[in-house]
Write a protein that binds this ligand. Structure first.
Ligand code: RIB
Length: 311
């Protein structure tokens, strides 16, 4: 069983030709709302991967924005532990999406900021706790320490990026970061290999977008090339990777198999609009893995090794 403790936001998405620069106004096209939030996206990704019961601790306001968020989590089969925050609005995110599929996101946390250390449900029966950084850092730290004390594996997606205390990092078993988050957390401006050297966390996974991903797992390096897709909207692709990887590991898959599964899930999430709406089911992911069985060909792995500066 996996417990995800984190944010739930309603995403307000506008598509435009490009993401505006400071002071610039751009005319967008259609506007849509989608269930989002890094925590809720990752919980849905865990649940859609199948084979693992997924619970989520979240905080919502008593407003209309909470309704589609609960419906999406429930529809995916996530068991919710919901804190109601009557004085706060449900979290929202304003997302500008460019024609190239890139995005710029501003989050108003609202009710997400109400999660406190005492809200963590009992950890009996959970194998993994999956955390992100869109809820108060005091709560994230307390949850990680409680899980460590209970023998539950702590998985932290350090997003949005911020420096972490040694206390929190010391309680993390698996750290999931992109390149920018790795630089922030390791306080290193060097190569990926250099940054990894600075981190004592037993497992660190670094996502590299269309280049693929790499991991240092219990002293062993792993490389996983990216699956080839035509991106439409990358929102939630990183969350899909985190949720899918956690689900695969909690099912007992090897790190190499879990990285392959998570990469395919994240790639598919880029081909559809929205965050939770874009997260694929296990059968779709396995089909892509089968279709692109040669994804880790020698040239792709060599390019990845060079990018990461692994010798
Ligand atoms: O990672 C994507 C998510 O970031 C969006 O769904 C948005 O809500 C923000 O939390």
């Amino acid at each position: 069983m996996i417990l995800v403790a984190g944010s739930a936001n309603l995403d307000f998405v506008v598509r435009a030709d490009h993401i505006p620069s400071p002071g610039e106004t751009v005319l967008g096209s259609d506007f849509q709302t989608f269930p989002g939030g890094k925590g809720a996206n990752q919980a849905v990704a865990c649940a859609r991967a199948g084979g693992v019961t997924t619970h989520m601790l979240l905080a919502l306001g008593e407003d209309a924005f909470a309704v589609p968020l609960e419906a999406s989590l429930q529809g995916a089969g996530v068991q919710m532990h919901t804190l109601r925050a009557p004085d706060h609005a449900t979290g929202v995110a304003f997302i500008c999406l460019s024609e190239a599929g890139e995005n710029a996101i501003t989050v108003a946390p609202g009710a997400n900021s109400c999660l406190r250390p005492e809200h963590l449900p009992p950890l009996d029966g959970f194998g993994h706790l999956l955390l992100q950084l869109e809820i108060p850092i005091e709560a994230v730290t307390a949850y990680a320490l409680a899980a460590r004390a209970a023998g539950v594996q702590v998985v932290l997606n350090a997003a949005p990026a911020r420096p972490l205390t040694p206390e929190l990092l010391g309680a993390v078993d698996i750290l999931l970061v992109n390149e920018g988050e790795l630089a922030t957390v390791s306080q290193c401006q060097g190569s990926i290999a250099d940054c990894l050297e600075r981190l004592q966390v037993p497992t660190v996974v670094v996502t590299l977008g269309s280049q693929g991903c790499c991991a240092r797992h219990l002293g062993v390096l792993h490389l996983q090339a990216a699956f080839a897709v035509q991106p439409l909207d990358t929102t939630g692709a990183g969350d899909t990777f985190c949720g899918a990887l956690s689900a695969a590991l909690s099912q007992g898959q090897s790190m190499a198999d879990a990285l392959r599964y998570a990469s395919a899930a994240g790639a598919l999430a880029c081909t559809r609009l929205g965050a939770q709406s874009s997260i694929p089911k296990a059968c779709e992911v396995l089909e892509l893995v089968h279709q692109q069985a040669d994804v880790n060909h020698a040239a792709a792995l060599s390019a990845l090794r060079t990018l990461c500066a692994f010798t």
